[in-house]
Design a protein around this ligand. Structure first.
Ligand code: URA
Ligand code: CA
Length: 434
């Protein structure tokens, strides 16, 4: 096989088969296929798209470019959740203990990554002492005992994806649905879950700004997962404004605790119940989503979801007393209020702009080596559809710096205030199942 022939074939719109896909991905991972040929191929894919079987074959080839995690020693159907990314997305912190509390095993391997706030691991580390540096044996033992554990990324997962993603970034080929779908799904499949629930975001703060694109991405990912033997479903949810009120690591942990107590923001609560009900159904713990929602709602009401968070934190060396007393979480030295400069109705909160406002306080990493400040971030007081009067507080800034003018300016820029009454956007647009 020669790469030049496969580029030509793809350029002309002919589908590639499994062997050809494996040849490309193996060759690229081993540095036998150079970046310039891979770039040409990625651009051909960008224009020609892929058939569903090709997307599955590509994903499978990427999965096998590195190590894969074997969770066979964990009893039950292990269900993972993936979000295509948003701002102040506190769902994992709520969902993991919530679904574990109704008996669904959650075995999560997480990384740190870049973003507006830290990743799940950073957020969990705002619980003093909490550690993800556990051995594989401890990890498996904890999931079997508690139904929940989180471990830091140790294995060399999907090296082909790392290489290809960097290449796509500089060759204008990121925005291709089959390439995005295979990139995301390869990582989920390599980390060993039996079933996967995808939260595909759409709106100004999402990767997929248009609902139609988000739906297409969800359909391709659901197809890939099921074709490769993992039960997969997707929920398409709104990211035209941040989810919940808190954006920042310790602030989101507090928001997650509130939500597990039944006192969280309504959008975050509803999204967690929806995603959670899909996880519970895929794990075979309820016959339909309504029954699953009843189980999950009861787990919040009777305290078992919160108790699961306490046991989880304690088992990984965390100071679980923060759950009763969230004042013990890291706290910023200063708070500032950002006030509305006009009367009207909130018609938009540009999520990526407000995310950047949180990041420059230190809530997230701009580069891999940036230090994160777990205490800082933003708490929103107004969301889309809310009436505001000039002088009302829109956002409280939690900062360890005295100078927050740049951050405040970005917050004001992100808030769109209209004269006419506007309604809040829907939270869930669609569901994609096999
Ligand atoms: N996220 C990923 O992991 N891969 C993509 O290609 C795009 C978003
Ligand atoms: Ca939030």
């Amino acid at each position: 096989m020669r790469m030049v022939d496969l580029i030509e074939k793809k350029r002309n719109g002919t589908a590639l088969n499994k062997e050809e896909m494996r040849f490309i991905i193996e060759g690229y991972t081993n540095n036998e296929i150079p970046d310039y040929q891979m770039s040409a191929w990625a651009m051909a894919v960008y224009f020609q798209g892929m058939k569903d079987e090709e997307s599955a074959a590509l994903t499978n080839a990427i999965v096998h470019s590195g190590e894969t995690i074997d969770l066979a020693d964990i009893q039950g159907t292990k269900v993972d959740k993936h979000s295509t990314g948003g701002v102040g997305d506190t769902t994992t912190l709520v969902l993991a203990p919530l679904v574990a509390s109704v008996g669904v095993p959650v075995a999560k391997m997480s990384g740190r990554g870049l973003g507006h706030t830290g990743g799940t691991i950073d957020k969990l580390e705002s619980i003093p002492g909490f550690s993800v540096e556990i051995t594989n044996d401890t990890f498996i033992e904890l999931v079997n005992r508690n139904k929940l554990a989180v471990i830091g990324q140790t294995a060399n997962l999907t090296p082909a994806d790392k290489k290809l993603y960097s290449l796509r970034d500089v060759t204008a080929t990121v925005n291709s649905i089959p390439l995005i779908a295979s990139s995301i799904m390869s990582k989920k499949l390599a980390s060993g879950a039996d079933a996967i629930v995808l939260d595909v975001k759409t709106g100004s703060g999402a990767f997929m700004k248009e609902l139609s694109e988000a739906k297409q991405l969800a359909e391709v990912m659901v197809k890939i997962g099921n074709d490769l033997g993992r039960k997969t479903s997707a929920v398409i949810s709104d990211m035209s404004q941040p989810l919940g009120y808190a954006i920042g690591n310790a602030l989101e942990v507090k928001e997650a605790i509130d939500t597990l107590k039944g006192k969280g923001p309504s959008d975050l609560t509803e999204l967690c119940l929806t995603l959670g009900s899909h996880m519970v159904v895929l794990a075979g713990k309820a016959k339909d989503h309504d029954e699953a929602k009843v189980l999950l709602t009861r787990a919040i009401e009777d305290g078992s979801a919160l108790e699961k968070l306490r046991v989880f934190a304690e088992s990984q060396n965390g100071d679980a007393s923060v759950i009763e007393d969230p004042d013990k979480l890291p706290k910023a030295a200063y708070t500032y209020e950002v006030q509305a400069d006009t009367d009207g109705f909130v018609s938009g909160i540009v999520a990526d702009k407000i995310g950047t406002a949180a990041m420059i306080l230190g809530a997230g990493r701009a580069t891999k080596s940036s230090e994160i400040d777990l205490a800082v971030g933003l708490v929103l007081h107004k969301k889309m559809g809310d009436r505001v009067r000039k002088g009302d507080t829109l956002v409280t800034v939690h900062s360890n710096q005295k100078e927050v003018d740049d951050c405040k300016a970005r917050i004001l820029e992100s808030y769109k205030i209209a004269e006419e009454e506007v309604s809040a956007p829907p939270l869930i647009y669609d569901v994609v199942e096999k």
